[in-house]
Design a protein around this ligand. Sequence first.
Ligand code: ADP
Ligand code: MG
Length: 307
Amino acid sequence: MLKVKNIHFAYDKSSVLEQISFSLNPGENLAIIGESGSGKSTLLKLLYGEYDLSQGEIFWKEEQILGPKYNLVIGYDFMKYVTQEFNLMPFITVEENIGKFLSRFFPEEKQKRTEELIKVVELEAFAKTKVKNLSGGQKQRVALARALAKQPEILLLDEPFSHIDNFKKQSLRRSVFKYLKEKNIACIVATHDKNDVLGFADEMLVLYNKNVIAKDTPQQLYRNPQLPLIASFFGEFNSINGKIYYAHQLQIVEKSELKGVVKSSYFNGESWLLEVEHHSKSVFIEHEKEIEKGTKISFLAQHNIDH
Ligand code: ADP
Ligand code: MG
């Protein structure tokens, strides 16, 4: 089990993270979310032992994770970390990059394992391509496969699908997270993309103002966001009479106390997002069709509208 006990950290004088505590079981998927600059990458680096903590302790099972002050070589065999930069070897092929981390003593095993990993990241067509000739998203996938090569017990992923195009993203997420569950590999995913989280994370941890402000299942936080910051992670939302409503929880009706004037309609795929002026503020309403600018409407705010 990963145990993070009251850690504090500062790069220089001003602190970045304070009083961070949480734990994670083997095989579990934890998402770390927060705005840009909230300390997600820093937290992953601390978990990897890249910096010395100002205060607190980190353990994986019985082993304490220590920073460079105590460890000559950064990193541990049971833990792999895929950074936002990848650090691949450009002049050798995809399969060679992955194979570099596998034992040379069992060539058949090595070949089989390399093929398996290439399949997980959906790069079969590029196995023999030199890494320098790959796109950013393809490099990101090689970095993922390489991190998995040695079967870590825990994997740290920093915005792992950020460079991958939308055509591939969802299928790749399913493939990677399914593989991690099958192999009982714990993972911590730093992200600001809800699609990395919904359907995959067992729990999410929300960083704000140096602290953990929430830790719960995605279902719980989605249904009961408590804070605007959490609601904004999941989608367009509104604060009405002190309560938080997602755009799909507002409904246009014939008559209501709540009134507004349509300012814009944005096509959203399955529906339209209407921007409506209400008490000189914008309110966002999901609606099945476009409504002409300037139209006066009434709407209801309900948490139990079925969709
Ligand atoms: P996130 O990954 O959530 O965007 P980071 O962990 O990268 O956030 O950054 C958290 C804060 O720490 C930011 O204010 C950032 O400017 C600062 N920071 C990050 N890396 C360094 C560094 N190497 N030296 C000094 N400050 C840093
Ligand atoms: Mg980051």
